[in-house]
Write a protein that binds this ligand. Structure first.
Ligand code: ZN
Length: 450
């Protein structure tokens, strides 16, 4: 199977659609085109200056041109749970982990990991999500698991962030294997990842990690020059456990163990107090908000308005609820409205998390200006069907995206100048039917082991 990342990107001219450039200082450009060359956005200019011979053109008439979307917290491994009815109902977050996720992830094989990732990556291409930062767990099959996800990433052409969730919940051997798996992934990405693959040191959460394991992970991350990726105060029980066992709150513990910092992702931060928010801001730690998951698990709604006001870098993830970032964006908005009992609050914070927070997070990890359409930047571009029924300009475009574009189909997905999907048809050497069939076989076997 040919790897998309091995192939040469095309020289492409995208014309005739309005361009939403993304980033904190986004613009809405009319009458402009994009020239993509050697994996970069070579030129953004008025159409009359861009007409060039010998370049394949993509006509974006009736479509909005946007930067490829970024998912800053994902778990590919949860794919094969879809429809599984064998888990006993859980009435709190610990029950969800014990009845479902920790029973499932222990039974995953390396092939399950590969297909779980491949299925969701194909869905990501269809959703216009071009960069995904994953957090993997398969305690019964740790060694080599991140390379399986990397392989699926190479085959789909997406940009993937890898991490293995180190935890003490499965004993010392699994914790040691988790450390090694992260270390090998960082080195593998350095040697073979090009501009597509990166790795962080993954950690499950404070309540399943000993001080010794946290210290080992912090040392490993520092030695390798990367950050950590950890669940942080997702449920109140994480705080209760930390106060009971360590006589301090979760963010304080992570700070003391050397986990926080500008390269580290703290996912969730639902149950953090004012002092912890200040600590996250002072340490410049990246927080990733996952509203659909938080609502689904009934753990609460993270106060991203307070976090942004305190200067925390806040991004948006899905925690595997979806790979459709515009769906997640909408729920982020409704959750802030409801959480604050004020429908006027949260718009700038929710849209900012996706269009400015996630690009900033991805840039820290990849060292590339991802998630923005800028000259010289990576050619990660999507086209979404959209003919605006009301005036479209820089002042209205975010409203169009939340209420209209999010309800439209992604037509074209381009990563590093390579067309992965065009006219809603995948341009990959992957037989989707065969992949789904094999996935169903694997899921059937997994459910029997569950
Ligand atoms: Zn998660």
């Amino acid at each position: 199977m040919a790897k998309p990342t091995d192939r040469q990107p095309e020289r492409l001219l995208i014309i005739n659609g309005p361009i939403f450039t993304g980033g904190a200082d986004f613009a809405l450009l009319e009458g402009h085109g994009l020239l993509l060359e050697e994996g970069r956005i070579a030129k953004i200019a008025p159409l009359r200056k861009l007409r060039s011979q010998g370049t394949r053109q993509i006509d974006a008439r009736g479509k909005l041109i946007m930067p490829g979307l970024i998912n800053a917290h994902m778990h590919f491994y949860s794919t094969l749970v879809r429809g599984l009815g064998k888990a006993a109902p859980a009435h709190d977050f610990d029950g969800v982990l014990h009845n479902l996720w920790w029973r499932l992830d222990r039974k995953l094989t390396l092939e399950d990991t590969y297909y779980s990732a491949l299925i969701m990556m194909l869905a990501a291409v269809r959703s216009g999500t071009t960069t995904l930062i994953d957090h993997h767990a398969s305690p019964g099959a740790i060694p080599g698991s991140l390379k399986r996800i990397a392989r699926a990433g190479s085959e789909t052409g997406l940009r993937i962030g890898l991490a293995y969730e180190i935890s003490d919940r499965d004993g010392a051997k699994a914790a040691a294997e988790g450390l090694t798996e992260n270390a090998e992934a960082v080195l593998y990405c350095r040697d073979h990842g090009g501009e597509h693959l990166r790795a962080l040191v993954g950690l499950h959460a404070s309540f399943t990690l000993s001080d010794l394991t946290l210290a080992r992970a912090a040392t490993l991350a520092a030695d390798l020059g990367v950050g950590c990726h950890i669940h942080c105060a997702e449920a109140a029980s994480d705080q209760e456990d930390c106060l009971a066992k360590h006589k301090m709150r979760v963010v304080e513990r992570l700070k003391r163990r050397g986990i926080l910092g500008p390269k580290t992702i703290a996912a969730h931060a639902v149950h953090v107090d004012r002092i912890e928010i200040e600590t996250l801001a002072d340490s410049d730690t990246m927080v990733v908000h996952n509203p659909q998951s938080n609502l689904n698990n009934a753990v609460g709604i993270a106060d991203i308005v307070a976090m942004k006001a305190a200067g925390v870098l806040v991004g948006l993830g899905t925690d595997a609820m979806t790979v459709d970032m515009l769906e997640e964006l909408r729920v982020a908005l409704w959750a802030q409205h409801y959480g604050r009992r004020d429908p006027a609050q949260g718009f700038a914070e929710a849209t900012g998390a996706l269009f400015s927070g996630n690009p900033a997070i991805a840039e820290r990890i990849w060292g590339l200006p991802l998630g923005r359409i800028r000259e010289g930047g990576p050619a990660d571009v999507i086209l979404v069907d959209y003919d605006p029924p009301t005036p479209l300009d820089a002042g209205s475009v975010l409203g169009h995206i939340v209420f209209g574009v999010s309800q439209s189909a992604v037509d074209t997905t381009i990563v590093a100048g390579r067309v992965l999907m065009e006219n809603k048809a995948l341009k990959l050497d992957i037989d989707e039917g065969r992949v789904a069939a094999r996935s169903r076989e694997l899921a059937t076997a997994l459910w029997q082991r569950f």
